[in-house]
Structures are given as structure tokens and as C-alpha cells.
Design a protein around this ligand. Structure first.
Ligand SMILES: Nc1ncnc2c1ncn2[C@@H]1O[C@H](COP(=O)(O)OP(=O)(O)OP(=O)(O)O)[C@@H](O)[C@H]1O
Ligand SMILES: [Mg+2]
Length: 508
């Protein structure tokens, strides 16, 4: 109406100016302000548009009569969205705002180097002028944050690897990724429930601890060292951590990293909310080099000498001895975890695993470096109950009380890993009672063998002590042949027994 009135009253050259003036006056008296968030700013896609779409998906799924559905790449969930030209009211800290999704056909005459979508999409955010401050400072940040959270929840986790050996992909990325679908969770993880709960709350504290880390001036990161024999669930624990927090995993293959600067670049290209894993750290660090270094270093504090090489395939004669430019050093690795470089990006968890904690360098173990040392041990009775539940669906009451007691009696002595136990259970999972009995049998055999081995070890130790005492006495007094012979015979006998037991172990 105003257009036709204008064209009747004003000459064409004045029309535009007058229209603009009227708009201004209207805006002046309006209680609302409007924000346009278009899908495309002409060159790039607008991140905020995608974020708003995701954010509104959480409310659209509940309130809307007509919602659009979509499923993103790498996602196993369906996302709800506001339909075209539909609107929705949202409330934030008591402030009401209105979101409108506007879809208009694109003007075909518009010139662009790139083909543009046929429709122009955008959100209009309407808020009261008095709430302008809240909307611009807090609400939009909140929308972005919430959208990221939804994205993480919807998206399957990714497992990254640097197996390409330092070469970059077409986008200059050193990591290769695949969808991470490991089903391990804390629920299925067989370990002491108390320890498990402690780890879970530690992880949760970390994930929610942004303000704590900010306040205390610490980098927002945490290190876990998982150690224990093979098959006790170290890798399963990492997968459970990732699934619990919804983080991606970066599996760092140290032997593929040749220099400290390469390591730094890899770190810089990791995203926040991720777990950076170095498996079998004792196998990645060349301990012979460490020993050489320690023996040549003056003074006892060998662990301070951090420039040992990591066993990466370095070219022969490449100056390895001086820990020089083209090798990766322990100090480089430590810088990676807790030096200045560790805090580029935030919310990162470092996990190192090892089968032999005693082989690790004290520099890696000193307090503050790895925040939590987690011992993954042989199966306990509590862990066994979880495995019975996982594999046979058996609760405590489903197993005969007598058998349960027998299992409890023998489990500690048997020193069987959860991996070994699950093997027995999987093999017999069709016949559950047989599975339990076979497991009991396997545990008994192991316990007996361990018992024998321990007895042999003990008597050997006794024998050595007696040997030493005997030598001393022999130096002091003249030998009493009868006793010596007796001792020797005893040792010989036990030595023989010991060898037998060892042979058994090799075969088993
Ligand atoms: N604590 C556990 N709880 C549940 N399952 C387990 C546990 N430990 C081992 N398993 C089972 O055994 C298999 C091997 O475990 P996993 O790979 O986690 O062991 P690991 O400690 O990482 O061994 P390695 O030191 O050889 O890498 C897993 O597939 C899992 O099914
Ligand atoms: Mg493992």
C-alpha cells in the first residue's frame, strides 16, 4: 500500500529516499530489533547459520508441527530442523526471542564464480531492543556452544592416525581419519567398580572443569598412564573414555614421527575435545640409547638427560648421537604433553599405555606429568562378575552359590586376564552353565600352576640365601662335608624342579 501511495504522490527519484525514511521512522518506534543470519555470505558458508539450524533442532523436534529432517555425513542420528518460512519462540534467561526461517528463490541474474543454491536461506532473529545486549553477548555464544554439543552427540567419533608418515593430504592435514565405532563402554569394562567410578568422575570433572583450569592457570588437559599385562583392557579403557566423553581419538604412532617439529605440527592439527593416545610407549622409546646417554652423563640424575632418541626409522649416520635435528627426543615428547605446546587448543586428554611400567623413564613418571596412573590388573572377582554379565547375561544370583564361592576362592591366585576369561566364555556362550564350569576349571589349572611356580621361586630364593651363608662359613671355617652335600642335593633337586616348571610355562 505504501509503495502505491508513494508512486502516486512522489516523483520516481524521491520514492527510494522517502521509503528509506519511512522505514527508519518505523524502526525508531518499533520495540524490536532484527538480525539476519544468511546461509551464505557470498563466498563462504556461514558457520552461525549451521549452528542456529542445529541449535533449533533440539526445540523444533518437540514443538514444531512441521519439521524438516536431515542426516549429516558421518552421523548416525537424524536432525530435526525448522521448516521453510516457519517460526519458533525460544527463551534464554527469561528473554524471549523469535526465530524465523526464511527461504526465498535466488535471483537468477546474480553473477557468481561458483554455482549457488537455487534458494536463498536465512534465519531472522527477532528480539526486543532492551534485550539487545544479552542477545549479542550471551545468547549467540550459547547457541554456538549448544550446537557444537549437539554436533558431537550426533556425530560418530573419529579415529585419527598419523600412519601416512608425515606426508600431508590434499587439505594439508597430517592425520587420516575413520569413523570410530568401538563398542567398549565403562559399563562393559571389567575392573574394580570403585576404581572405575573414580576414573569416570575424574573424566567428568575434567570435561566440566574449564573455569577451574582457567582460574588456576593450568592448561586444560589431563594425562593418564595405563599400565598392566597384555589383555587387561588398556585399549578397551581408551575406547570407553572416548565413548563416555564423546571425544575423538588421535592414535599417535611415534615410530612414524621423525622430528620434534613434525610432532609439534601433528599436535597443532588435533582438535579440542580429543584423546591423544600413544600405545606401548616403552616400545616407542629406544632404551638402549637412554642407557648410553645415562652412562655418559655425569652425575646420578640420569633422568634429567632427556634427549634420547625414539626408535624411529632414522637414516644411518644421520647424527643420532647428538640427539640432533632429525630425530625425535624424549624432551620433544614431554614438551608435547606438558610443555608450552601442549596447550595450543584445549580440552585434551593424553593417554600413554605400557605393559612394563618399570621400563619407563622416571621423567615420564614424575608427579604432575601423567595425572593418573591406572593399573589394569588381572581379573578380580568383581571384574569376573562383570564379564559373566557381559558374555552370558548372568547376574550373581544366576550362578550356583557354591560355584560362585569356588570362583571367588581361585580368581586371585589364577592371575587370568579379562581377555583370557572372555575367550573361555565366548567359546561356550551357547551353553552357559558349561561356560561357567569350564571357566572354573581353567582358573583352577592356572592357580595351581602359579602356586607351583611360586613355591619353586620361594625355595630357589631360600636356596640362594643358604648358598651365600654357606660360602661365608666356608671361608671362615673348614667345610663340613655332610651338611654341604645335603644342601647341594637340596638345591640340585629344587633347581631341577624349577626348570621343569619353567619348561611348562613356555609350553603353556
Ligand atoms: N577389563 C576388560 N573388560 C572387558 N573386556 C576386556 C577387558 N580387558 C580385556 N578385555 C577383552 O580383551 C580384549 C583385549 O583387550 P585390550 O585390547 O583392551 O587389552 P590391552 O590391555 O590393550 O592389551 P595390549 O597390552 O596387548 O594392548 C578386548 O577385545 C576385550 O574384549
Ligand atoms: Mg592395547
Amino acid at each position: 500500500f505504501s509503495q502505491s501511495l508513494l508512486s502516486a504522490v512522489f516523483p520516481p527519484e524521491l520514492r527510494y529516499v522517502t521509503l528509506k525514511f519511512i522505514h527508519r521512522i518505523c524502526n525508531w518506534f518499533s520495540a524490536y530489533c532484527y538480525y539476519d543470519i544468511t546461509e551464505n555470505d557470498g563466498v563462504n558458508t556461514n558457520e552461525l547459520y549451521n549452528a542456529v539450524q542445529l541449535y533449533l533442532s533440539s526445540s523444533a523436534s518437540i514443538t514444531g508441527n512441521r519439521v524438516s529432517l536431515s542426516r549429516g555425513l558421518n552421523s548416525s542420528n537424524i536432525t530435526f530442523g525448522l521448516s521453510n518460512n516457519d517460526s519458533l519462540i525460544d527463551t534464554f534467561n527469561g528473554v524471549k526471542v523469535l526465530w524465523e526461517h526464511i527461504v526465498t528463490p535466488r535471483n537468477s541474474q546474480t553473477f557468481s564464480w561458483r554455482p549457488l543454491p537455487e534458494e536463498k536461506r536465512g534465519f531472522i532473529l527477532r528480539a526486543k531492543k532492551i534485550n539487545k545486549g544479552i542477545v549479542l553477548t550471551s545468547y549467540l555464544d550459547f547457541v554456538m556452544e549448544k550446537a557444537n554439543e549437539i554436533r558431537r552427540k550426533n556425530q560418530d567419533r573419529l579415529l585419527y592416525t598419523n600412519s601416512r608418515g608425515g606426508s600431508l593430504d590434499s587439505r594439508g592435514h597430517p592425520w587420516e581419519s575413520v569413523p570410530f565405532k568401538h563398542p567398549s563402554t565403562f559399563e562393559t569394562l571389567a575392573m574394580c567398580p570403585k576404581k572405575k567410578a573414580e576414573i569416570m568422575s575424574d573424566l567428568l570433572d575434567f570435561a566440566k572443569g574449564e573455569s577451574f583450569y582457567q582460574r588456576t592457570g593450568r592448561a586444560w588437559k589431563r594425562g593418564y598412564l595405563l599400565y598392566g599385562p597384555p589383555g587387561t583392557g588398556k585399549s578397551s579403557m581408551i575406547a570407553a573414555m572416548a565413548n563416555y566423553l564423546g571425544y575423538d581419538i588421535y592414535d599417535l604412532e611415534l615410530t612414524e614421527v621423525h622430528t620434534n617439529s613434525e610432532l609439534r605440527k601433528l599436535l597443532m592439527k588435533t582438535s579440542s575435545k580429543s584423546i591423544i593416545v600413544i600405545e606401548d610407549i616403552d616400545c616407542s622409546i629406544n632404551l638402549t640409547n637412554r642407557k648410553n646417554n645415562n652412562s655418559t652423563s655425569s652425575g646420578g640424575g640420569g633422568s634429567n638427560n632427556n634427549s634420547y632418541n625414539v626408535s624411529s626409522p632414522s637414516p644411518p649416520g644421520s647424527g643420532e648421537e647428538n640427539g640432533g635435528g632429525n630425530t625425535i627426543t624424549l624432551s620433544g615428547l614431554l614438551n608435547f604433553t606438558d610443555g608450552l605446546w601442549s596447550c595450543c587448543g584445549s580440552e585434551r586428554i593424553f593417554v600413554f599405555t605400557t605393559n612394563h611400567i618399570e621400563k619407563l623413564d622416571p621423567a615420564l613418571l614424575r608427579s604432575g606429568r601423567m595425572d593418573m596412573h591406572i593399573h589394569m590388573s588381572y581379573s578380580s572377582f568383581a571384574a569376573l562378575k562383570i564379564l559373566l554379565k557381559n558374555y552370558l547375561g548372568y547376574d550373581e544370583d544366576d550362578v550356583e552359590k557354591k560355584i560362585l564361592e569356588q570362583l571367588e576362592d581361585v580368581i586371585e591366585m589364577a592371575e587370568m586376564t579379562p581377555a583370557d576369561i572372555s575367550e573361555v566364555l565366548i567359546k561356550n556362550r551357547r551353553n552357559k552353565d558349561k561356560a561357567v564350569l569350564e571357566l572354573l576349571e581353567a582358573l583352577r589349572t592356572r592357580a595351581e600352576r602359579n602356586n607351583n611356580n611360586n613355591a619353586v621361586k620361594l625355595s630357589r630364593e631360600n636356596c640362594t640365601v643358604v648358598d651365600e651363608e654357606q660360602e661365608k662359613r666356608a671361608l671362615e671355617e673348614s667345610p663340613k662335608e655332610g651338611v654341604d652335600d645335603q644342601l647341594q642335593a637340596k638345591c640340585d633337586k629344587e633347581e631341577k624342579g624349577g626348570h621343569d616348571a619353567n619348561d611348562d610355562e613356555k609350553v603353556l
